[in-house]
Design a protein around this ligand. Structure first.
Ligand code: F6P
Length: 321
């Protein structure tokens, strides 16, 4: 093996640059060449590739949000013809193995390349924390901290104005960002797709809180449930609230990655290269109890699902209700 290709794909996440750096530096440390692929799978098919330089390209990026390789959503990669074009391109460029940093869709791309016989490794990079085979994805910790900071600010103004705020956080189908930021910010209710909820009961509780001296409220709703506007409209049917709906949206995907995201990205990026050096491809890497782990990427995607820790919602109920 001589050349490793690196790409970032799907929604970006804080810490992707730290992962790119780790993969490239680790590869160079082992005497390999690292090739950056711009614009995800789209750039791969088009041959939008450059040889990475340890200093010019990788210095000073560990603390930068976004991805220096840039990203793209590329649904065409679901087609076999496009996958085979990508493999043709990789062969033409002399790239022997590919490390893909991304979420669910990106992992499926890496799995398809693996099924066609091309050594690929998936590194979990998404704020959603919805990838099986890892406790945490790269970017999740930063997104939770960004959301928590925003919720703290919203709580300030909610208290001043005796208002109810319904705040929608990202996560696609997963409630992890809602749970972690909601607990951290003292939310009155956290509503996630993985657990049943009762809007009327939440409204009644807010009304009861008001009678008992707490005249403001914070509801964190995961985007997989419904929009903040929709939730607010439902809530208003059951109480006389001065309510507001806020959608945090893409602010959660940007900014300086936390130290935790940088360290996980460094561990997983390096581990992906070590696996390839041992001749192991077709893997998905992840962090379990602080240590890197690898699983067969096909088995991971076809037979396992991310499990949101719903006990955190019960915890919040005990602390709030
Ligand atoms: O997967 C990351 C994510 O930010 C999700 O939380 C969200 O549903 C989606 O991407 C938004 O996608 P886009 O940036 O394409 O609007």
């Amino acid at each position: 093996m001589k050349r490793i290709g690196i790409l970032t794909s799907g929604g970006d996440s804080q810490g992707m640059n730290a992962a790119v750096r780790a993969i490239a530096r680790s590869a160079m440390h082992a005497g390999l060449e690292a090739y950056g692929i711009n614009l995800g799978y789209k750039g791969l098919v088009e041959g939008n590739v450059f040889k990475m330089d340890s200093l010019a390209d990788l210095d000073g990026i560990i603390n930068r949000g976004g991805t220096i390789l840039r990203s793209a959503r590329f649904p065409e990669f679901a087609e076999e013809e496009t996958q085979l074009k990508a493999i043709e391109m990789l062969k033409k460029l002399g790239i022997d193995a590919l490390v893909v940093i991304g979420g669910d869709g990106s992992y499926h791309g890496a799995m398809k390349l693996t099924k066609h016989g091309f050594n690929s490794i998936g590194v979990p990079g998404t704020i959603d924390n919805d990838i099986p085979g890892t406790d945490f994805t790269i970017g999740f910790d930063t997104a939770v901290n960004v959301a928590t900071d925003a919720l703290d600010r919203i709580n300030d103004t909610a208290r001043s104005h005796q208002r109810i705020f319904v705040v929608e956080v990202m996560g696609r189908g997963a409630g992890d960002i809602a749970l972690w930021s909601g607990i951290a910010a003292d939310a009155d209710a956290i509503v996630i797709p993985e657990r049943e909820y009762d809007i009327k009961a939440i409204a009644n509780k807010l009304t009861e809180n008001r009678k008992n001296g707490k005249d403001n409220g914070l509801i964190v709703v995961a985007e997989g449930v419904m929009s903040a506007e929709e939730f607010k409209a439902e809530l208003d049917k059951y109480g006389d609230f001065d309510s507001r709906a806020v959608t945090l949206a893409h602010v959660q995907r940007g900014g300086v990655p936390t130290a935790k995201d940088r360290v996980i990205a460094s561990q997983l990026g390096d581990y992906a290269v070590q696996l390839l050096l041992e001749g192991k491809g077709g893997m998905a890497v992840g962090i379990r109890d602080g240590k890197p782990e690898a699983h067969d990427i096909i088995d991971t995607l076809e037979n396992h699902k991310h499990k949101t820790d719903v006990s955190l919602a019960d915890l919040n109920d005990r602390l709030r209700f």
